[in-house]
Design a binder for this molecule. Structure first.
Ligand code: NAD
Ligand code: TYD
Length: 360
């Protein structure tokens, strides 16, 4: 069986990918994670007795550690999920994003290049470095613009998007300059179980359950394309196994929604699942001051991955959202642990000073 070195595997997408790898017997896993606020050891507690899974506490910027792990475990593929991933936090503290997303990815590339150079020709041929990136590197679309394609020029607008764009460029450069067998995927907004509740869908779900205001930035008309995390994980594995080196693939959910519609759908599901007399969850919706530089619309053209690899998303938004909300309802101890003092500090920082939106 192959061995994957996964970075950031205790975060949202990484942990879902690792669980799938182990369930489907895709690979043995070494997971290196720095245990930032976004990570959660509970995300993978069901693998505690799995001998095919190893966790290593560490930073992707630690070159020595990476070199040691690659060699020790004779890694077949590196999959880089590790990142600072929240746009709002990148507005408050951009430096963390440069340290992990840019410098961390650079060190991971350096370690992989050093390890890969010393492999046998056959192993060199098989080795892969897969970098997980975002559609946000392409910037913002107007309502009638065509969706992002792999050849859409990069135009990142937030410090988060700029740091991911920089890392994508380094990955590309390592393929072109050194021949390192890299792959890059740029996906849209993921949703599903185990997402940290700073992101829209879990934040709104948990606030609604707590009877707290549901903060919608600006007029709520910004559009995102929502991709169910399981679909994303399948696409990643397919790209890793079947695509040509040096390729990039856009991965999306074919599911564009305004933020307000997403929030309203969460409210309707909760009205069904946990009805309260004379109360609608949508009464908690509060329009608040917009995010600075807020991208208007993201949309992904998944034509290339469909043509080359036969992938398309399977989940529809209605059932995916229901499954997601049900997961949060059934995992109260996970939720309680997440809603720690650090989390409360973030909520204060991001929402307390925000004025109500001035809607025309
Ligand atoms: P996340 O924030 O939930 O998790 C990130 C994980 O990386 C955490 O476990 C954290 O501890 C770890 N980490 C952070 N810095 C690290 C470092 N220096 N060394 C080792 N580990 C470190 O993120 P996510 O939502 O799972 O996103 C995974 C990847 O997918 C990221 O690269 C992100 O940019 C990309 N992405 C995410 C989305 C989305 O909707 N969540 C959309 C597009 C792209
Ligand atoms: P988010 O989940 O942070 O993902 P991203 O910024 O990477 O797209 O936000 C999704 C959308 O929801 C985005 O347009 C910002 C908006 N949003 C709100 O309206 N209110 C909120 O409290 C949050 C966190 C996001």
């Amino acid at each position: 069986m192959q061995t994957f070195l996964i970075t950031g595997g205790l975060g949202f997408i990484g942990c879902n990918f690792i669980l799938k790898c182990r369930r489907e017997n895709w690979a043995n896993i070494i997971n290196i994670d720095k245990l930032t606020y976004a990570s959660n050891l509970k995300n993978l507690s069901e693998l505690d007795n799995d001998t095919g899974y190893n966790f290593v506490y560490g930073d992707i910027a630690n070159l020595e550690l990476l070199l040691h792990l690659l060699k020790e475990y004779q890694v077949d593929a590196v999959i880089n999920f590790a990142a600072e991933s929240h746009v709002d936090r990148s507005i408050f503290s951009p430096q963390d994003f440069i340290e992990t997303n840019v410098l961390g990815t650079f060190q991971l590339l350096e370690a992989s290049r050093d390890y890969w150079k010393k492999l046998s020709p056959q192993k060199q041929e098989q080795f892969r470095f897969l970098h997980i990136s975002t559609d946000e590197v392409y910037g913002s679309l107007a309502t009638t613009d065509p969706a992002f394609r792999e050849d859409t020029p990069y135009a990142p607008n937030s410090p988060y998007a700029a740091s991911k764009a920089a890392s994508d460029h380094f990955v590309r450069a390592y393929y072109h300059t050194y021949g390192l067998p890299t792959l890059t995927t740029n996906c849209s907004n993921n949703y599903g179980p185990r997402q940290f509740p700073e992101k829209l869908i879990p934040l709104i779900t948990l606030n609604a359950l707590d009877g707290q205001p549901l903060p919608v930035y600006g007029d709520g008309k910004n559009v995102r394309d929502w991709l169910y995390v399981e679909d994303h994980c399948e696409a990643i594995y397919l790209v890793l196994q079947n695509s040509q080196v040096g390729e990039t693939y856009n991965i999306g959910g074919n599911n564009e929604q305004t933020n307000l519609t997403v929030v309203e759908q969460i409210c309707s599901i909760l009205d069904e699942l946990i009805p309260k007399p004379n109360f609608r969850y949508s009464s908690l919706i509060t329009f608040v001051e917009d995010r600075p530089g807020h991208d208007q619309r993201y949309a992904i053209d998944c034509g290339k991955i469909k043509r080359d690899l036969g992938w398309q998303p399977k989940e529809n938004f209605e059932s995916g959202l229901l499954k997601t909300i049900q997961w949060y309802l059934s995992n109260k101890s996970w939720v309680e642990k997440i809603q720690s003092k650090d989390y409360q500090t973030w909520i204060q920082q991001n929402y307390k000073g925000r004025k109500k939106a001035n809607l025309r």
